[in-house]
Design a protein around this ligand. Structure first.
Ligand code: THU
Length: 133
């Protein structure tokens, strides 16, 4: 299986477990950490809507819990005609661990539709550099 196919399968499997009773919009994410390992996540909604988690946030949490702190590839998978791109908050979350050249693959149920660089999605990220952390 190609590297991309493995990421699609991981995102698809996570998406199948999405908890999205309110939006009914299931999302799967797969992140490749610096080690090459894959970490996946699905959206997890909540009756208190703002407490819901995006698939990317869950995948980032799994990556960090597995001991990684660098993202080298991202894949997002959802159904529907409009491309599902990372929301603004998740761009900021991804930017904590991903550089501008990191590929972000956008997929629907039939496969890859488009690949953008992280820098295209968030050209001027807010980072800790400005306050010396
Ligand atoms: N969602 C994600 O999981 N990732 C995104 O980047 C966009 C939105 C989820 C959040 C919510 O559960 C549902 O999609 C509808 O907004």
């Amino acid at each position: 299986m190609s590297d991309l196919a493995a990421m699609i399968e991981a995102a698809r499997a996570a998406r199948a477990n999405a908890y999205a009773p309110y939006s009914k919009f299931a999302v799967g994410a797969c992140i490749r950490g610096g080690s090459g390992r894959l970490h996946s996540g699905c959206n997890v909604e909540n009756a208190a809507f703002p407490q819901g988690l995006c698939a990317e946030a869950v995948a980032i949490g799994a990556m960090v819990a597995a001991g990684e702190s660098r993202i080298i590839e991202v894949l997002l998978l959802a159904d529907g005609e409009p491309l599902c791109t990372p929301c603004g908050g998740c761009r900021q979350r991804l930017g904590e661990f991903a550089g501008p050249d990191v590929p972000v693959h956008l997929c629907d149920l039939s496969g890859l539709r488009r690949t953008l660089s992280f820098g295209e999605l968030l050209p001027f990220p807010f980072t800790a550099v400005g306050f010396g952390a």
